[in-house]
Design a protein around this ligand. Structure first.
Ligand code: HEM
Length: 344
């Protein structure tokens, strides 16, 4: 299996999420930038190894076609907007996602700055969220968020593409949404009503028994199984963000999965409902403002960003080089290999 990007790095204190649009003609700049990301990360992170700086990059469907052509990751498509009777999950613009994490915001910021310097005129940051870990791992609704994430080999199996798409093994799919919360309305609920909305206790974070979960609770709608009764899992690395002065209290939702179909099924349950639930109760207090899906290629792909499937041929390479006017990789800073340092 090719080396994955650092998707499963442990939760950190800080994160910056950069969503970038690539205007026509900017594809070559992307192909140049990707092999240099590892070097940029090392430039910042090497000096503070204890802060565990990492950067995962995802590529949207339209940009994939423009920059890399065929073959393409089997599950990659634009984010599908969901319009429920009451709540909508909108799709928004975005060709690249940078998920930058560290124990220190200054390191995230410095890496984001260096990436920003490399974007050039055709690559525009369209969204930037600076997230922080809240105490007890709580979201801004006050509930511990992330408890039921799979760990170890289960986490790898949940997020990494395997033999089902061999040309893209070691990759992953990431779905992101920026939510804002109506804390005034939420805090007008009793703790019991809030717990019913999630299906977990608030203080000690214990899951309700299935028979006690309201059908429209977050957990009732998000615990899903395959036809053999096996739970389908994703890895969520949500981060709170906000600004007191503008009354902004948010959750940046980010979930990695081996196939986008699992996260999409959860989103359908939440926004379109699953009988007898009309929608997820937490949506009455949480509005989705953005929605994007990206493919997260392996670290090996970033090192040499060309289609990785066996179908790749010199002919295709030459055609792509012709499109872009120069062979892939030329024009990079040559900072160094993209392969990540071995994990200690
Ligand atoms: C406003 C945004 C959201 C907030 C604040 C939020 C918060 C939470 C919290 C507090 C939990 C319980 C603890 C745990 O993490 O296991 C949870 C569980 C979960 N959430 Fe969310 N969530 C949000 C959006 C979503 C979305 C959009 C999805 C899927 C598309 C999702 C999928 C899940 C899943 C799969 C679980 C674990 C269920 C289990 O195995 O028990 N969440 N979420």
């Amino acid at each position: 299996m090719p080396e994955p990007q650092d998707i499963l790095a442990p939760i950190t204190e800080s994160a910056i999420f950069l969503t970038v649009c690539v205007d026509p003609g900017g594809e070559e700049a992307v192909v140049d930038l990707l092999p240099d990301l590892g070097g940029l990360r090392r430039s910042v992170g090497f000096r503070a190894p204890e802060a565990r700086l990492s950067c995962v990059v995802g590529i949207g469907s339209d940009l994939w076609d423009r920059a890399f052509g065929a073959p393409r990751p089997a599950g990659l498509h634009p984010f599908r907007e969901l319009r429920g009777a009451r709540h909508t999950a909108p799709a928004s613009a975005g060709d690249l996602l940078f998920h930058i994490r560290a124990e220190r915001l200054d390191l995230c910021f410095e890496l984001a700055r260096l990436i920003g310097e490399r974007l050039g005129p055709r690559l525009r940051v369209v969204e930037e969220v600076h997230g922080f870990k809240s105490f007890d791992e709580r979201d801004l609704l006050g509930f511990v968020d992330g408890t039921e994430n799979p760990e170890g080999s289960a986490a790898r199996a949940a997020v990494l593409v395997g033999e089902e798409d061999p040309g893209f093994a070691g990759g992953s799919y990431v779905i992101v949404q920026k939510y804002s919360h109506d804390l005034e309305a939420w805090n007008a609920l009793t703790v019991e009503q809030q717990e019913a909305a999630f299906g977990r206790t608030k203080l000690d974070d214990v899951e309700f028994a299935d028979e006690d979960k309201a059908p429209d609770s977050h957990l009732a709608l998000n615990v899903i199984e395959d036809e053999d009764g096996e739970e389908l899992q994703i890895v969520r690395l949500n981060m709170p963000f906000g600004r007191i002065g503008s009354n902004e209290f948010g959750t940046f939702y980010i979930a990695y999965a081996r196939t986008p179909a699992v996260t999409e099924q959860m989103l359908e349950n939440m926004f379109l409902g699953k009988a007898p639930a009309a929608h997820d109760r937490i949506l009455d207090f949480s509005t989705a403002h953005t929605g994007n899906l990206f493919f997260v290629p392996s670290a090996d792909f970033l090192d040499d960003p060309a289609p990785a499937a066996p179908a790749e041929s010199e002919g295709e390479d030459a055609a792509r080089a012709g499109d872009e006017g120069e062979p892939p990789g030329e024009g990079s800073l040559g900072i160094g290999g993209l392969r990540r340092s071995p994990t200690p």
